[in-house]
Design a protein around this ligand. Structure first.
Ligand code: BGC
Length: 253
């Protein structure tokens, strides 16, 4: 089979990361490069950093997949919880395709991470309801039923004790309220119980920056919940974005 190497980019509130991905193996074939997200993270400023990132990686392909931290429908951003409000209504695909001179296909960042985990990681071969939660600046989510993605689930914006969930229990909230791991774990457990009451998932996969710290708070998670950490940790957003772009253009691998 011809090798399919596509550049995946993961735009986050604090960093913009990218690498070329081998889609048959679901692996990075170049080092992951990370540049800081500009402040303010306006569309033009982000497009400029993405351009630098692509130059730095030295990608000569024509197609790029991009995860973005907002609701993304048909390439357009519909929310901006952790990026500049000017993104709302911006066509991410048009903006980046024009800046890069290469076709960019955009999706929600957590949906991208979930897709990679379903195809190559902990969700591989698993049916039923699977939810991936990314814990970072915000709380991202990806919802799958029998392997199918239901995009833009945005479970980080569910209400919990009158709070927007990601204001109560993201990494930003952990730092802001100086939570111990035990305190964070208790709050995260409440969040997972809420998700469980609503969706009865067969499995919850944790991704994003602080999923690496899961052992620090796993003792606070209710033993009745089937919770695991992502196999690809913070590479899954890059891998899933590349995969999605390829399949959007060429169909399934
Ligand atoms: C955004 C989501 C995003 C998540 C993780 C949330 O604030 O609303 O779209 O997936 O952060 O970046």
């Amino acid at each position: 089979m011809e090798t399919k190497n596509i550049l995946g980019i993961d735009i986050g509130a604090s960093g913009i990361k990218g690498a070329i991905v081998n889609l048959e193996k679901g692996e990075l074939v170049t080092e992951r490069v990370k540049l800081s997200t500009p402040k303010p993270a306006t569309p033009d400023a982000v497009a400029e950093v993405v351009t630098q990132l692509v130059e730095k990686i030295g990608y000569d392909g024509e197609l790029i997949g991009c995860g973005f931290p907002s609701i993304v429908r048909h390439g357009v951003a519909y929310s901006a919880a952790n990026v500049d409000p000017a993104w709302v209504g911006t066509n991410i695909e048009t903006l980046l395709t024009t800046a890069l001179g290469k076709e960019v296909i955009a999706m929600n960042d957590a949906d991208a991470a979930g897709l990679a985990e379903m195809r190559f990681g902990k969700g591989l071969g698993k049916d039923g309801t699977i939810i991936l939660i990314t814990i970072g600046s915000g709380l991202g989510s990806a919802l799958f039923y029998n392997g199918h993605l239901i995009p833009n689930s945005e479970f980080g914006h569910l209400y919990l004790h009158g709070w927007v969930a990601e204001h109560y229990v993201s990494n930003t909230a952990r730092k802001k309220y100086e939570m111990s791991w035990s305190g964070f774990g208790k709050r995260f457990n409440e969040y997972l119980l809420h998700i469980d009451r609503l969706f009865s998932p067969d499995m919850v996969i944790l991704g994003g920056g602080i999923s690496n710290e899961f052992k620090q708070f796993s003792d606070k998670i209710n033993s009745g919940l089937n919770v695991t950490t992502a196999a690809m940790f913070n590479h899954s957003g890059i891998i899933g974005a590349a995969l999605y772009a390829y399949e959007a253009k060429h169909g399934g691998l």
